[in-house]
Design a protein around this ligand. Sequence first.
Ligand code: URA
Length: 443
Amino acid sequence: MAKGGRPGLSVPELIVRKRDGAKLTDDEIHGIVRGFMNGSVTDYQMSAFAMAVYFQQMDFDETVALTLAMRDSGKVLDLGVIDAPKVDKHSTGGVGDKVSICLAPIVAACGVTVPMMSGRGLGHTGGTLDKLEAIPGFRVDLSVREFRAQLRRVGCALIGQTADLAPADKRLYALRDVTGTVESIPLITSSILSKKLAEGIDALVLDVKVGRGAFMKTEADARALARSLVRVGNLAGKRVSALLTDMNSPIGYTIGNALETTEALEILHGEGPEDLRQLSFELAAEMLRAAGVERSKARARRRAESAVEDGSALEKMREIVSAQGGDPAVVDAPDRLALARHRTTIRAAQDGYVTKLDALELGYASMGLGAGRSRSEDAVDWGAGIRLHVQRGDRVRKGDALATLYASRRALVGPGADRTASAIRIGRRRPSRQDRIIATIRS
Ligand code: URA
């Protein structure tokens, strides 16, 4: 890895070097991030640097340096007092992605500590924190002390990013968001990994989504991102692997906070939709393998399934919900969660097969019903969203229910119904099957 570098280069010179395609040294990259945090590198210089990276890329060495510099811009948790392996999962974001809510207790019930830090919904994508807050009383804002104590006691905690972990990423992401520099593989890689490495984990499993409702629209781009995350994570000293998964249609049958939490809890009862089960158990198996609890993926998957069959995953979820101030009765009766009162059902206009459930459009339709936010400061309506009655490939007859919409304001229902109806396509021919899991990428 390139250390040192030419002494004394000014920030404008470093920006020019990157703009012209040079490889920066570790010291130069650490210096830029340090300067960004202490104010000697201005926001406009950092934005110009991000744009230079966007066009010229960074190699793996540079991306590792940027990742570690951003990780070290704040606190790095030391979870060394916990003997169990510590493994987290990160999804690049999608529509109907409620996997974390059932995955975390399944993996924790198998003896792995799961320090899970999640995000909030923005635009067409939902966020685990909003979904969890649909459980009355559930707190996601634990302090670092509470987080660590719960991990020791319960083996799992589901919380939001605390302000003192990787603050450089938070500031840089805010600049990237408004300067056209989000879609850069080295910048996305360092952004995701800096936060995760600050959590004090031993291993990380990534769910890199591809398709209409994902950040990465093509399989080639998603593979490139997954490879970068795995390689950089490994070079930073962690066991990191990734699943590449399909995000052309929503996961399961629900989009919206309470609806999705209910569906995720159903998985812990041994019920729930097949695609959600498949994704949850595959990710659980990969996490157990990464933790070193099982060597073979098949055995790891069996172990995860047993945790649901013997009720230990459900019991773990009761413990997590109680520890975080939520009503544990919801875990046993998931359909208790309140749904918005204005409802309408969309029906098939013709006989045929469901050939398309456009995840992007359905995500925006759900957001428009109040379930999501267009700006990060907006509030969400936990009871709003969409319950699909079909999945891609299902046969329907004219008049069959395709989706039910939920909103707290009557005025939102009409536009939501139009958008939902245009996102669902019925054709004469059954479409080819699309598995959720496309590939597993390891070092
Ligand atoms: N998610 C992140 O955390 N960072 C990015 O840059 C993109 C997605």
